[in-house]
Write a protein that binds this ligand. Structure first.
Ligand code: F6R
Ligand code: MG
Ligand code: MG
Length: 376
């Protein structure tokens, strides 16, 4: 059967700052979806990662379906009403438009969708990250789909040896989707040259070259591009199909042991290491560190199994300890150099305003003529 996985997420309010949505907010979203689901969805799963709430849906209506997107939008509106009643911080903050116009893309919520012919066994992973932007997945995807040091399947499996096609988006381009398609392994240096700048070039999808099937879908929207100003970090979701022609679950998870530095953390304006966390984890140290969760499923005839928590296994405790140390090391550097994001990525205007006013106080010192050297 041809199945669509759609995950749509938004920050519509949270307790104690940008930490976690309230239980009543989550229940409001869940109740709304449960009530409307029977006519549209085969199954759904609702979770939160940091202050973002995500609705994962299975259906047969294809990508970008108006009714599916409206269902999520209306569920977020219902959650926002609850958030306002409770006085949650940032109630409705990611719902940037007043009325729904066919598709939540460009309206604030993040979307990742894949349509595919369901395999007899269909395992997939749903990632959600908070306090960071979509480029946070660049390195883990490069390692999982293009680097044999991470993914032995690239040499062990004849199908995977045919490589993967990366679709990469220039997210600075706001009038339409500007994308490039590059093939691994032949073009890995070109892929790397783009992915090194995760604030601008973002992996949007990855495809098997052996079968033509889509393996990965990433939510690539950038809130500051939509709203014209920063309204928060984008906190991207991602779907990854695994096993058979695709990397194994462990090959996709392994890169998160690095705890690589990503844009995010305190006021959306700092470089912090990405911490893999268990499902439904909140935020703490320095409004971070940026977190990523992973729920693994099998789906059969559109019905989801219960989720497996990709980062709950004891192995990840050591990783979390290491990431905590990395985070504290970076914080010792305060506001200097790479600790804070470049000007274009700051969520606030304070520094730009200060620089503009200080600029007027700069003066070019009059050149002093050096005394002539005495001749002997
Ligand atoms: C992302 C997130 C942050 C905030 C940022 C601004 O989930 O919560 O990027 O958007 O910390 O916070 P306030 O609302 O204090 O300006
Ligand atoms: Mg937030
Ligand atoms: Mg968030």
């Amino acid at each position: 059967m041809k199945l669509t996985l759609s995950v749509i997420k938004a920050d519509i309010g949270s307790i104690a700052g940008h930490v976690a949505p309230s239980r009543r907010l989550r229940e409001a979203v869940e109740a709304f979806i449960r009530e409307r689901a029977p006519s549209l969805l085969l199954d759904h799963y609702i979770s939160h990662t940091g202050d973002d709430i995500a609705i994962l849906m299975t259906h047969t209506r294809g990508e970008g379906d108006e009714q599916i997107h409206k269902l999520a939008w209306d569920a977020f509106l219902s959650g926002t009403a609850e958030a306002r009643q409770e006085g949650l911080y940032g109630a409705g903050q990611d719902l940037l438009k007043d009325s729904f116009s066919g598709n939540v893309k460009g309206m604030g919520p993040a979307v990742a969708e894949i349509e595919f012919e369901e395999r007899p066994n269909e395992p997939f992973l749903f990632f959600a990250a908070d306090k960071t932007d979509p480029g946070a997945y660049n390195l883990p995807l490069y390692l999982a789909f293009a680097d044999v040091m991470n993914t032995p399947g690239l040499i062990l499996s004849p199908k995977m040896s045919q490589g993967f096609r990366f679709v990469i988006m220039d997210v600075n381009h706001t009038s339409g989707d500007r994308v490039i398609e590059l093939n691994a392994p032949e073009e890995i240096y070109d892929i790397a040259a783009l992915l090194r700048d995760p604030e601008r070039y973002v992996v949007e999808s990855v495809w098997s070259r052996a079968s033509g099937e889509q393996a990965v879908a990433v939510a690539t929207s950038r809130l500051h591009n939509i709203a014209g100003k920063y309204t928060g970090k984008d906190d991207p979701v991602m779907l990854v199909r695994v096993q058979m022609n695709f990397p194994a679950t462990g090959e996709v998870l392994a890169p998160y042991a690095i705890g690589h530095f990503v844009g995010g953390g305190m006021r959306g304006s700092h470089q912090m290491p990405l911490m893999p966390v268990t499902l439904n984890t909140g935020i703490s140290y320095f409004d971070g560190p940026p977190v990523v969760s992973c729920a693994g499923f099998c789906v059969h005839n559109g019905k989801l199994t219960e989720p497996i928590d990709g980062f709950a296994q004891p192995f990840w405790n050591t990783v979390r300890d290491r990431v905590s140390s990395k985070a504290m090391d970076m914080r010792r550097q305060g506001f200097i150099g790479t600790a804070m994001l470049p000007m274009s990525e700051l969520e606030y205007t304070g520094i730009a305003e200060k620089l503009a006013s200080l600029d007027k106080r700069f003066a070019v010192r009059a050149e002093t003529t050096a005394p002539a050297a005495s001749k002997r």
